[in-house]
Design a protein around this ligand. Structure first.
Ligand SMILES: O=C(O)CCC(=O)C(=O)O
Length: 258
């Protein structure tokens, strides 16, 4: 049994070296290739000469929110560092839920329940200084109203240090009720105002994973390094869902109302 008591008490926990190096390497290679496809797609709408040039253009666009609102949803998704839906639905990402250690974690956190994986997982490539690829402070409950009992596993495919960014959690918020005051959103939901909790940047090595419960307030830390940050997050849940999920017994994709 893995010791998940810190998570149970605090709503987050960095799990050291729980993801098999082969899985990290296969998914990392996949994400690198898919990132190229995504950048080619972006190039058709926003011409850029380098990653730095693209990030400057994104920042420029962002400086006028009304401009940004006019952009197509898929383009905004890509500009915010998300890979395309097609990439995120690739079964290579199922290597994570299929791993016996991950299944053990699921059994421990959702005992005696049929555990399912929300589809698609999120898969991100965060270019250095892409200011738009950053989630404001939120609780995952606010983004996941379609499932009741769930937890998130955030997995980086590179070293996460002070410069590369990643996830900042707010200490002592693991049992806080939902703080969202309005469902209104531009792209991200409006950030939760600073409530004064201590902020902890979860630095990690490739192979580590970050567990988050649905209440913990967290946000992205910007990527100020010269490396692209690759990560994915998996939402494991039990019970019903009104969206697609992966059945973790039959490994079949289940559509809503089927
Ligand atoms: O990857 C990130 O930048 C933030 C991830 C996050 O906030 C989340 O998974 O809810």
């Amino acid at each position: 049994m893995m010791d998940l008591s810190f998570f149970q008490k605090n709503g987050y926990q960095v799990l050291k070296q729980v993801i098999n190096p082969q899985i990290i390497s296969s998914i990392h290679t996949f994400l690198q290739t898919e990132k190229e496809k995504t950048l080619n797609c972006i190039q058709q709408s926003v011409a850029f000469s380098s990653h730095a040039d693209l990030c400057e253009k994104i920042a420029e666009l962002l400086s006028d929110e009304s401009n940004f609102k006019l952009l197509d949803h898929d383009l905004r998704n890509m500009l915010s560092g998300h890979l395309s839906l097609e990439s995120r639905l690739n079964p290579i990402l199922h290597l994570v839920p299929k791993d016996p250690l991950i299944q053990e974690i699921c059994r421990q956190l959702l005992p005696n329940k049929e555990v399912r994986l929300h589809l698609p997982p999120t898969a991100r490539f965060v270019l250095p200084n892409n200011v738009y690829a950053a989630t404001p402070a939120h609780q995952d409950i606010s983004y996941n109203k379609h499932v009741e009992d769930f937890f998130v596993l955030w997995i980086p495919y590179c070293k996460i240090d002070e410069q590369c960014g990643g996830v900042i959690v707010q200490k002592d918020t693991g049992n806080l009720p939902e703080q969202l005051s309005s469902e209104k959103r531009q792209f991200w939901l409006n950030g939760i105002p600073d409530l004064g909790y201590e902020k902890i940047h979860c630095t990690m090595e490739a192979g580590d994973a970050l567990l988050l419960n649905k209440w913990i307030i967290h946000q992205s830390a910007g990527n100020t390094s010269d490396r692209i940050r690759y990560s994915s997050d998996f939402r494991f849940f039990c019970g019903n869902s009104s969206k697609h999920y992966l059945d973790m017994k039959s490994w079949k994709v289940v559509a809503p109302n089927s």
